[in-house]
Design a protein around this ligand. Structure first.
Ligand code: FAD
Length: 491
């Protein structure tokens, strides 16, 4: 691969920063303020290896964080040494013949997309990323590897399919390259393994040809959705999702939604020069309305989206969007809330023919429990036949709910009950749920969705016998799922 250093500016190596006894939290849900022993910010692989060696010497567990957008304590733990990876942001190589880019694990999506654009400036045929998460951009590649994420591709597998290889520093402090051909068993565990098998220091991503796509928008009913998705796929559309109505008092609740899909167009088609788009203030206004007047929020959102039909985008940059950091604190002030709150996300998977039935059950359950949905989406995923802890066991429909959660014991209990009932509704239909968003699932629910979870924990012990890599999420499920591990997992 070509060396990248002459294509990139910035990134100088400073000394590792250490801050003792710091309280960290996740960005979106904010439900897990956690005091860590110290935060270490490595600037090179050598510094990662040195941190691993030092934590081993001190007998301190080590957790790894990217942008901390997971929710449930996956990225940190009480009294751990926290390895904050966000300063490892270099591009290490680019192979334009094979469409591969190797990046350090702390780089985020705008970083990857921006560097690719810079490197291919003026080229007629360019590479772009295949998929990234929707809803937030400043998420790291290490986080994407470790949660095995997905975007809004209509025919895509989770992120593992976009990975050529990853490089880790393992529990013994060794630097190892993993792929489908090199230490494939460990590769299958590291991807989707929530940072429990090693520190991902770099990953090589498989790119796709960058294309122009046109947005096609309509407002549809959920009963028709499975057929509509199928129709778009047959017609060659590449990306799409369905954003549903969220007013529990309306008959449209989780039944009608904005269906936006993207179809490739002739390369000669000009990209829309000044697309209609929502500013940060517009998004904040919509979020505020979704809390106060959800039918009006949906009406305005649908009107805006329908107004963007026909706009032409690039297939990679259309996946970038606005995320408002700490928006809920501002919202709490604007709404005069006496108890702080946030949205906590959950994602459920159901076989596609079961989608409408599942959403009907979800609507009943959420109304009964009085837990407000602030926004939610349906997407598709293809089966993941590679990772050990695969969540996409089938070609599923993926349903995301952002539930308003008050940060009081009663508010958290209410939301937790709703999350568990949604998981049950998905499991009843042969579905599953995503482990990245919270840790409210019961041991039985984890076992039902991930029958391999016990084996996953055993393999964790095999590769990391001293329990070096730990997080509060791991400690929680290790205690629930394998009581014999309880004594080995420090807290
Ligand atoms: C608003 C919002 C929208 C989202 N949308 C989507 C979506 O569309 N699709 C989707 O799949 N997910 C989505 N997510 C979830 C998100 O993609 C994952 O939680 C992802 O892991 C977050 O990346 P991060 O950099 O914040 O990782 P963190 O939250 O910091 O870490 C996540 C996990 O990865 C591990 N980890 C991080 N870096 C490394 C590393 N270098 N080496 C080893 N382990 C590491 C951590 O230990 C932890 O277990 C969304 C989350 C939010 C808040």
């Amino acid at each position: 691969m070509a060396h990248w250093s002459d294509l990139r500016s910035g990134a100088t190596a400073d000394a590792t920063q250490r801050r003792r006894g710091r309280v960290v939290n996740d960005v979106h849900g904010q439900l897990h303020p956690t005091r860590v022993d110290r935060v270490v910010t490595p600037r090179s692989d050598d510094e990662v290896q040195a941190s691993v060696a030092e934590a081993r010497r001190q007998g301190r567990p080590l957790a790894i964080s990217g942008a901390r957008h997971s929710m449930g304590g996956q990225a940190f733990g009480r009294d751990v040494v926290l390895l904050d990876m966000t300063c490892l942001t270099d591009v290490l190589g680019f192979d334009p013949h094979r469409g591969l880019i190797e990046v350090q694990a702390g780089i985020d999506w705008p970083g990857v997309v921006g560097e690719l654009l810079r490197a291919q400036h003026g080229w007629t045929r360019r590479w772009g990323i295949a998929q990234k998460q929707t809803g937030a951009d400043r998420l790291t590649i290490g986080g994407a590897v470790s949660a095995n994420v997905h975007g809004r591709g209509l025919r895509m597998k989770p992120f593992v399919a976009d990975l050529e290889n990853v490089t880790i520093v393992d529990a013994q402090g060794r630097r190892r390259r993993l792929s489908r051909h090199l230490d494939s068993d460990l590769f299958r565990l590291v991807v989707g393994g929530y940072g429990l098998f090693g520190v991902v220091v770099a990953a090589t991503l498989r790119l796709v040809p960058r294309r122009k796509v046109e947005r096609v928008v309509s407002v549809e009913a959920v009963e028709d959705l499975a057929g509509l998705f199928e129709n778009r796929i047959v017609r060659g559309f590449q990306y799409g999702d369905f954003q549903f109505a969220v007013d529990a008092a309306s008959p449209d609740f989780l039944r009608r939604g904005v269906f936006s899909c993207y179809r490739p167009v002739d390369p000669a088609t000009p990209v829309t020069a000044e697309p209609r788009e929502l500013s940060e203030e517009d998004w904040f206004g919509l979020l505020r309305l979704a809390h106060l007047a959800p039918t009006e929020a949906f009406r305005r959102y649908a009107e805006h989206y329908q107004g963007t039909a026909g706009q032409v985008y690039w297939s990679d940059t259309q996946q970038l969007g606005v995320y408002l950091d700490a928006y809920h604190a501002r919202l709490d002030r604007a709404l005069g809330a006496t108890v702080p709150a946030s949205e906590v996300i959950t994602e459920l998977y159901v076989p596609r023919p079961a989608l409408a039935g599942f959403l009907g059950d979800a609507a009943r359950e959420l109304r009964r429990r009085g837990v407000p949905v602030i926004y939610g989406t349906v997407r598709l995923i293809e089966r993941d036949d590679e990772t050990f802890l695969a969540w996409a066991r089938e070609p599923y429909a993926c349903v995301v709910f952002n539930l308003h959660t008050e940060h009081s014991p009663a508010g958290i209990d209410r939301a937790a009950g709703a999350f568990r009932s949604l998981i049950d509704a998905a499991l009843d239909r042969g579905g599953s749920f995503y482990l990245t968003y919270h840790r409210f699932a019961t041991r039985q629910q984890v076992q039902a969705a991930y029958p391999q979870f016990g084996e996953f924990l055993k393999l964790k012990r095999h590769y990391d016998p001293d329990g070096l890599f730990q997080s509060d999420w791991y400690r929680h499920y290790a205690r629930c799922s394998a009581p014999d591990l309880a004594g080995r997992v420090s807290s």
